[in-house]
Write a protein that binds this ligand. Structure first.
Ligand SMILES: Cc1cc2nc3c(=O)[nH]c(=O)nc-3n(C[C@H](O)[C@H](O)[C@H](O)COP(=O)(O)OP(=O)(O)OC[C@H]3O[C@@H](n4cnc5c(N)ncnc54)[C@H](O)[C@@H]3O)c2cc1C
Length: 281
């Protein structure tokens, strides 16, 4: 039976944190961090006990103004060009013990719980991308005429539209299910992973079909579908690649994987909290 995480206890992470009195000394770097040059607070997981596998990881809040923290942008991305993606490097950064999240050795559990949230937002974004592909394709297919009729009236184009609608409906339902479980305060790692995996995989398919329906114009930046295709490819890589999600879901189905306890109970949705006045910063 595996703990949260895929398969083995091999942790390739190289970042380290060494306790010295009231501080930890952090060293390491990580490429491919969303908002690296924009964020003020980073959730960093580092090895405090390199011999203890995933139980030797500890989580910290590192702020961008701490001495020894450097960040930079990554250029030349295929997609997500309106979004900031970069790298973070830490050289002998002194992080107060007060900035440790949880206890020593709880970093893996904290990171996995954070993924349950990140994966949800990526999955929901992919549902939106499928919808955009569908709506733009319907509009174009009704306008563009070939062989004396709108291409929407050709059966092979209808087939693409039908599939897109199917992917959109199924992906929406998976995301709503995971969201409902979150609202109820239920453990949702499996359901959120399934929603993220399906929605992002299908958003790539929907974007490919949208480009195809737009013909040559789909191959240009005159219509947004080429951007949909470039952006869709990112989401099958970040927040767990499709391959990793596929392995996870197979392990759940085979009963090779069961979720252990989270570090703390998940809060259910509290409408009163969200309706209260925002707190002044
Ligand atoms: C735009 C963007 C933003 C990102 N933002 C963040 C961020 O904010 N924070 C963050 O921590 N990371 C972020 N990432 C990094 C992202 O999470 C990783 O790129 C992703 O987890 C894949 O890791 P990798 O690139 O090292 O690929 P690798 O792990 O090297 O994988 C390469 C290929 O091998 C496959 N593979 C690997 N292991 C297995 C296996 N066991 N079985 C089968 N196939 C396998 C993968 O699925 C993939 O196809 C971001 C990436 C991008 C592109």
């Amino acid at each position: 039976m595996t703990e949260p995480g895929v398969g083995s206890d091999v942790i390739n992470m190289a970042s380290t944190a060494r306790r010295e009195g009231d501080v930890y000394i952090l060293n390491g770097e990580k490429m491919w961090i969303s908002l690296a040059t924009k964020a003020h607070n980073f959730l960093v997981v580092a090895k405090t006990d390199p011999s203890a596998g995933h139980r030797g990881l500890t989580a910290f809040i590192v702020t961008s103004d701490m001495k020894g923290v450097k960040t930079g942008d990554i250029h030349g991305k295929l997609g997500v060009r309106a979004g900031s993606t970069g790298w973070v490097a830490m050289e002998n950064v002194e992080v107060p013990v007060a900035n440790r999240l949880g206890e020593d050795g709880e970093g893996f559990k904290i990171a996995m719980a954070a993924l349950d949230n990140g994966r949800y937002t990526v999955g929901a974004g992919a549902v939106g991308l499928i919808r955009a592909c569908l709506e733009d394709s319907i509009t174009y297919a009704k306008e563009r005429r070939t062989f004396g009729k709108p291409i929407a009236d050709h059966q092979l184009i209808k087939q693409k539209i039908g599939y897109m609608q199917q992917w959109y409906d199924a992906a929406s339902l998976l995301i709503y299910k995971a969201g409902w479980m979150k609202n109820m305060g239920m453990r949702n790692t499996r359901e959120t992973g399934m929603a993220k995996w399906y929605a992002t995989d299908m958003s790539v398919q929907a974007a490919l079909e949208a480009v195809q329906i737009h013909g040559a114009y789909g191959f240009s930046d005159e219509y947004p579908v080429e951007r949909y295709l470039r952006n869709s490819k990112g989401a099958v890589i970040y927040e767990g690649t499709s391959e990793i999600h596929q392995l996870m879901q197979a392990d759940y189905a085979l009963n090779y994987r069961q979720d252990g306890n989270l570090r703390c109970e998940l809060p259910a949705y509290d409408p009163e909290y969200w309706q209260s006045e925002p707190v002044e910063a």
